[in-house]
Design a protein around this ligand. Structure first.
Ligand SMILES: [Fe+2]
Length: 291
């Protein structure tokens, strides 16, 4: 069966059929999927069957895998390289309302780019749905290339060479969750990323920001934060956003280098939601014009 790629949003996002991700993909198929990622930034693969071994193997076909943060808890999944995007503990029980891990993960409901708080941030994230709630729990994506293109030229010129400081503790602090130890804080110091990048695959200019982006280096704090808020508001207008409603068996790949995403609310005290993610490392984060 031939791979079929069908765009589902005017700017980005495609649904891909005719490929079984649990099999060993050929180099040609991986190259074709990389081309599709560079063009559409978000790919949706329905009706997949991926256990933890296969999900990790899939991630490794696209790059070096970035392990998630340590959450002081026993692992539920088979591999430490997989991010557990669920409301379940290691015994598969629903987490309590005041569970630290739950409160930390509520930060994923803010628009963000995975691991932008790291020196080498996330490139591609691949998220697989094992269990989905009956209502809510969607993931929304925003196209930061289209958002950059739509900015007035004077704004583009104003921001092209700016650098933003990113910190996981800034994004969590925005929601008032600050219960991290000194050792946890010391392990993840702030990092600096260009606010505008050239995407290495598509060569398109793109914004690069999100909830971890705290302020603009060299600017007065309130001015930098206001600029980031304005850009976030611009980039998450409806015309740049796609909402994905999960079905069991969906595997979604998104490119953190040129999109934002956020989880939407659901009744996590009642319904399990079990999604598992693998993320590759973005070694090419520094674009030519600021290198
Ligand atoms: Fe995320």
């Amino acid at each position: 069966m031939a791979i079929e790629v069908r765009q589902v949003h005017p700017q980005f996002v495609a649904k891909v059929t005719g490929v079984e991700l649990s099999t060993t993909l050929t180099a040609e198929t991986v190259a074709a999927l990389n081309d599709a990622i560079n063009r559409y930034a978000v790919l949706i693969f329905p009706d997949q069957r991926l256990d933890d071994d296969r999900l990790l193997a899939l991630g490794r076909l696209f790059g070096d895998v970035e392990p998630p943060r340590n959450h002081r808890v026993e692992l539920r999944l088979k591999h430490a390289e997989l991010a557990d995007i669920s409301n379940l503990d290691s015994r598969n029980q629903l987490r309590a309302r005041d569970d630290h891990r739950r409160l930390d993960s509520l930060g994923n409901r803010l628009w963000h780019s995975d691991a932008s708080f790291r020196e080498v941030p996330g490139a591609l994230s691949m998220l697989f749905a094992h269990v989905v709630p009956p209502v809510g729990g969607e993931t929304e994506f925003a196209d930061l290339r289209a958002a950059y293109d739509a900015l007035p030229a004077d704004m583009q010129a104003r921001i092209d060479d700016l650098v933003a400081e990113h910190s996981i503790f800034y994004s969590r602090g925005q929601l008032g969750h600050t219960e991290y130890t000194e050792a946890e804080r010391a392990a993840l110091p702030s990092v600096f990323h260009p606010l505008v990048r050239i995407h290495p695959g598509s060569k398109r200019k793109t914004l690069y920001m999100g909830a971890h982006a705290s302020h603009i280096v060299g600017w007065r704090m309130p001015e930098g934060r206001l600029l980031l808020r304005d850009l976030m508001e611009h980039a998450t207008q409806r015309e740049f956003v796609h909402r994905h409603e999960w079905r069991v068996g969906d595997l979604v790949i998104w490119d953190n280098r040129c999109t934002l995403h956020r989880g939407r609310p659901y009744d996590d005290a009642t319904h399990p939601r079990d999604l598992r993610r693998v993320t590759t490392k973005d070694y090419a984060r520094v674009p030519e014009h600021v290198a």
